[in-house]
Design a protein around this ligand. Structure first.
Ligand code: ADP
Ligand code: MG
Length: 321
């Protein structure tokens, strides 16, 4: 394997977002922003949706009835979600979504008081085509083992690691820096992730993609090896991937590489050894030296040898450096 692509949210980070701040635009209050967002996110399985619902519960804001929303709920992949709330179409998502629907979102810049580590927080906007009602600032946590996993892969000879995310650039860069990935591509739609993996396959040959979301599924399918984050991953990601990490531990990625390499080398040894023994025996038989017992020993011996060699794989993989 020569290159590996990682999704950010839910893969390099835990994907357990927490609302750290709610900011309302003029004419709105925080509770209304949370209520609108909560109503739309009632139908979404995205990590951001869980954070919004949690914030609504925490503030004691009633959740909308699911039934009426379900009919108008739509997912705008890699950007956000929308649904009709009390007769108006409300959008919840990133700035790209609001640019696309032509909603005047210019005001968000001025609404955002400069926080110290603002760059590491995801901003989820709430509004309609007429304008922004406010936004929620969300924080995610980089998985503690992510840096070690990226480092191990590099020491195993994986030449290139890249992060592919739908999140905004400064958040993505902050996460990239803390896990040790230099190439960070942000603001990507599922199609963009697919195209990047395609380009990596063209220039590096064997490429692994690690992801968790529905938006990662096309890229997981196209990569030489698709690896899905097990328990927290979306069903679409798990179904399209070749490997699912049930333990949710990114260090399993380098471990799988080590195990895979050992397996290939054991298979090679077995093929070479059994062919060599058979060839040797054939020569002995043709030149009249072979006895029946030699034939039995060659046959059984090879079988046992191959089994024994294969069993070595059961030995625990040593942690790569
Ligand atoms: P990633 O590639 O990092 O896993 P996604 O492709 O799932 O992220 O989402 C990209 C961006 O779209 C997110 O950073 C978020 O801003 C926005 N987004 C997607 N789905 C939702 C949602 N249900 N609610 C709010 N924002 C969303
Ligand atoms: Mg993700």
């Amino acid at each position: 394997m020569h290159a590996v692509a990682f999704d950010k949210t839910g893969t390099l980070t835990r994907g357990k977002l927490r609302v750290t701040r709610v900011v309302a635009a003029e004419g709105f209050d925080e509770a209304e922003v949370v209520r609108m967002a909560g109503a739309v996110e009632a139908g979404s399985a995205h990590p951001a949706a869980e954070a919004v619902r949690h914030e609504a519960r925490r503030r004691g804001i009633a959740q909308a009835a699911r039934g009426t929303l379900a009919r108008t709920f739509t997912v705008l992949e890699g950007r956000g979600v929308s649904a009709e709330v009390e007769g108006r179409r409300v959008y919840v998502g990133n700035s790209r979504l609001f640019e696309e629907i032509g909603s005047p979102s210019g005001a968000t810049g001025t609404m955002m008081p400069p926080g110290e580590d603002e760059g590491s927080r995801t901003i989820t906007l709430v509004g309609t085509e007429q304008g922004i009602a406010g936004f929620l600032e969300m924080e995610d946590e980089v998985r503690p083992e992510a840096r070690e996993a990226v480092h191990s892969l590099a020491s195993l000879g994986v030449r290139h690691a890249v992060m592919l995310t739908g999140d905004r650039d400064d958040v993505a860069r902050a996460a990239g820096e803390s896990v040790g990935i230099e190439e960070v591509l942000s603001g990507l739609l599922p199609d963009d992730k697919l195209r990047k993996v395609e380009a990596l396959v063209a220039s590096y040959g064997t490429v692994a993609m690690v992801g968790d979301g529905v938006n990662d599924a096309p890229a997981l399918a196209l990569a030489s090896v698709g690896i899905a984050m097990g328990a927290a991953g979306s069903p679409a990601a798990i179904e399209t991937a070749d490997v699912a990490l049930m333990a949710e531990d990114l260090r399993k990625v380098p471990e799988a590489v080590v195990l895979g390499r050992r397996m290939v080398s054991v298979i090679r040894q077995n093929v070479v050894a059994s062919l060599a023994i058979k060839a040797g025996f054939l020569v002995a038989a043709v030149s009249g030296y072979a006895t029946l017992w030699m034939a039995v020993a060659a046959d059984m011996g090879t079988t046992l040898l191959v089994i024994g060699n294969g069993m070595r794989l059961l030995k625990k993989t040593e942690r790569p450096v």
